[in-house]
Ligand binder design. Structure first.
Ligand code: BV8
Length: 243
C-alpha cells in the first residue's frame, strides 16, 4: 500500500496506472467544490433557490412555464462563477494528458473549469452555463460575446444551453462518452453523488468493459460498493498525489 495525501492506494491501482493507455474521468460538482463552486446535494440537503429545490428550477417543466426565471437562476450561478479558477484537481487531470495515450474527461458540470485547466477532450454531458441556444433554430451563442436573449438569426427566445432535468443530453454526447468508457483501462469517478442518469451509468459501462474503477469522494455514494477502489478524500488533494 502507498499513502497518498493521507489515503492508502493499492498496489493494484498503482500497477493499473503504470500500464494504462486510456484513462476515463467522470466528474461532478464535487471536483469544483474546492474552487468555491457550491455542490448540489452537500450534506444530504439539496441546493434550494428562491424556495425551489434545484431539481425543480433546473427542469424542462420550469423552462416551459417560466423562461425568465430559469435565466435568472443561471445568471445568478454564472455570476458566482465569474472569479472562479480551476483547482489542483482540475489541473492534475489536465496534466495527465502528457502521461497517458488518451485522457477522456466527461463532466456533468456546466462551469467550463476542466477546459480552463487545459483539458482538451472534454465532453459536457449537461451543456455549458457559458452558452445560450435558440429555442427554435438551436443557433448557439457564447454568452460573453452576445448577452441578448433573442436569436439573431430567427428572433425567437434564447435559453441557457444546459441540459435540464427531463431533457435529452446533447446529441451524440452520451454515445461518445460510452465509447470512451468502453476503451478505458482506468476509470475515475470524481466528486459525484452518482444518482443522475444517464451520466451515472457510465462507470458501469467502463467496469464491465474491463476498466479498473476508482471513486474519489469524501463521502460514500451508491457507486462505492461497485468500485475496485474508493479513495476517501478531496479531489484537490488526492488527484495531484496519484501520479
Ligand atoms: C434524461 C444541469 C432522458 C442543470 C443537471 C423523470 C422524468 C425525466 C427524467 C427522469 C425522471 N426521473 C429520473 C429521471 C432521469 C433524470 C435523473 O437522473 N434524475 C435523478 C435526480 C433521479 N435525468 C434526467 O432528466 C436527464 N435526462 O434522463 O433524458 C429522458 C428525457 C425525457 C423524459 C424521460 C427521460 C438529464 C439530467 C441532467 C440534469 N441537469 N445539470 C444545472 O446544472 O442546473 S444534473 C445536476 O446533477 C448537475 O449537472 C450535477 O452535475 C448533477 C449530478 O450532481 P453531482 O454533480 O453529482 O453533484 P452533487 O452535489 O449531487 O454531488 C457532489 C458530490 O461531490 C458529493 O458526492 C460530494 O460528497 C462530493 N464532493 C464534495 N466535495 C468534494 C467532493 N468530491 C471530491 N472532492 C471534493 N472536494
Amino acid at each position: 500500500m502507498d499513502i497518498v495525501a493521507g489515503v492508502s492506494i493499492s498496489r493494484d491501482l498503482r500497477q493499473r496506472l503504470a500500464e494504462a493507455r486510456n484513462v476515463f474521468v467522470l466528474t461532478g460538482a464535487g471536483i469544483s467544490a474546492e474552487s468555491g463552486v457550491p455542490t448540489f446535494r452537500g450534506g444530504g440537503s439539496s441546493l434550494v433557490w428562491k424556495g425551489m429545490p434545484f431539481e425543480i428550477i433546473s427542469s424542462a417543466g420550469m423552462l416551459e412555464r417560466n423562461l425568465p426565471e430559469v435565466w435568472e437562476w443561471f445568471d445568478y450561478r454564472r455570476n458566482l462563477l465569474q472569479s472562479v479558477e480551476p483547482n489542483a484537481g482540475h489541473l492534475a487531470i489536465a496534466s495527465w494528458q502528457d502521461r497517458f495515450q488518451t485522457v477522456s474527461v466527461v463532466t456533468q458540470n456546466i462551469d467550463g473549469l476542466h477546459q480552463k485547466a487545459g483539458s482538451r477532450e472534454v465532453i459536457e454531458l449537461h451543456g455549458s452555463i457559458w452558452r445560450a441556444r435558440c429555442t427554435t433554430c438551436r443557433a448557439r451563442y457564447q454568452i460573453w460575446q452576445y448577452e441578448g436573449r433573442e436569436c439573431v438569426s430567427c428572433g425567437d427566445p434564447l435559453r441557457p444551453d444546459v441540459v435540464l432535468f427531463g431533457e435529452m443530453l446533447p446529441a451524440g454526447a452520451f454515445e461518445m462518452a460510452s465509447e470512451k468508457a468502453v476503451a478505458a483501462d482506468v476509470c475515475f469517478v470524481v466528486g459525484t453523488s452518482a444518482i443522475v442518469y444517464p451520466a451515472a451509468g457510465l462507470p458501469e459501462i467502463a467496469r464491465s468493459s474491463g476498466a479498473f474503477l476508482v471513486e474519489i469522494n469524501p463521502e460514500r455514494t451508491p457507486l462505492s460498493d461497485y468500485c475496485d477502489e474508493v479513495l476517501t478524500g478531496k479531489a484537490g488533494e488526492l488527484i495531484p498525489a496519484l501520479l
